[in-house]
Design a protein around this ligand. Structure first.
Ligand SMILES: [Zn+2]
Length: 146
């Protein structure tokens, strides 16, 4: 996978990008389709699909770089918030989005969306609160594995 992976090629500079960080094991570059100006992607150079499969040191390094970039974004661009997101549907190489947020729904879920008067409106109220029993059951499933 690494020989054909878009992000591996970017990290090896086989494909040009607008680089904001480059070290022995991590790389950061401007997203070519920014949610907001200043949207950056931080990746480990090692090809691993899921962020949750990264060795802890690699995950920590990616988060440290993202935190530094978030500070740079805040001081340069002055957004109200900087959001972090791990998705991975578009490119199967672990990456962390660092996004200047000017709206609470710059990073959001389609589950917040509802069509109102012919327009998509986002509101957390569009998701009903989960029953406490369901939350307790899910917490019990997850808590001993973290
Ligand atoms: Zn890759």
């Amino acid at each position: 996978m690494s020989s054909t992976c878009l992000f591996c090629k970017i990290a090896k500079r086989e494909i040009p990008s607008h680089v904001v960080h480059d070290d022995e094991d991590s790389f950061a570059f401007m997203d070519i389709r920014p949610i907001r100006p200043g949207h950056v992607l931080v990746i480990p150079k090692q090809h691993i699909d899921h962020f949750s499969d990264l060795p802890e040191a690699a995950a920590t390094k990616v988060l440290m770089i993202a935190q530094r970039l978030a500070k740079a974004i805040r001081s340069n661009l002055k957004p109200p918030r900087v959001g972090l997101l791990v998705g991975g549907f578009a490119v199967p190489h672990a990456h962390l989005h660092v996004v200047p947020m000017h709206d609470g729904h710059d990073l959001t879920s389609q589950n917040y969306a509802k069509v109102v008067d012919g327009k998509v409106a986002y509101d957390i109220a569009n998701i009903p609160p989960a029953p406490p029993e369901a939350l307790a059951e899910m917490a019990a499933r997850l808590k001993n594995q973290a």
